[in-house]
Design a protein around this ligand. Sequence first.
Ligand SMILES: Cc1cc2nc3c(=O)[nH]c(=O)nc-3n(C[C@H](O)[C@H](O)[C@H](O)COP(=O)(O)O)c2cc1C
Length: 181
Amino acid sequence: MVINGSVREGRAADKVQAWALEVLKQIPGLETDLADLKEIDLPFFNEPVIPSMAKGQYQNPKGTAWAKRVAEAEAFIMLTAEYNYGPTAVLKNAIDWVYEGWMNKPAGFISYGGVAAGTRAVQQLIQNFVNVKLFPISGNIHIPHIRQAFDDHGRPVYSGLDENLKTLVAELTDLQKRLSR
Ligand SMILES: Cc1cc2nc3c(=O)[nH]c(=O)nc-3n(C[C@H](O)[C@H](O)[C@H](O)COP(=O)(O)O)c2cc1C
């Protein structure tokens, strides 16, 4: 599952997403479920039963559908911008809505931002992962200076990113196999 973690009008995330999906298409046997949080449109978590007790069943059908969709995924690539030295609130919120569905699965990041390339957002989310037993990988992609990071054809201006993304998927696949043994 590729999670697009920005819902902002005119988001840079669209360029990151389009490039990532193009590269992922080239990987034989890989099935991708694009989870665009803008379309999924979850409210801030407001259920009476907390996710670790709810067994994926919520009053709000959007929450139930999201928990089910996450549970069906085997591994995650999260696209996150950096907002105020942290992740986007919508991405953290989407993580909060689910419990078992994340468990014992690997997750990687394509982060982006200014000079710090979204790295501070990633570090915060990795702390959050511990409680839902999501396993971070090390080979994440961090794209700096996002406004200048893609050319007019949607290609990254930094060299090697396509290969980096393929390596990220290989690391996710390897960890997914180990975790599901
Ligand atoms: C509320 C807000 C806070 C931001 N804070 C940071 C920041 O701490 N570090 C950074 O590198 N960029 C920051 N930015 C700039 C974003 O990296 C840039 O706007 C990027 O395009 C956001 O991704 P998006 O367009 O996909 O939402 C911030 C942007 C917003 C909207």
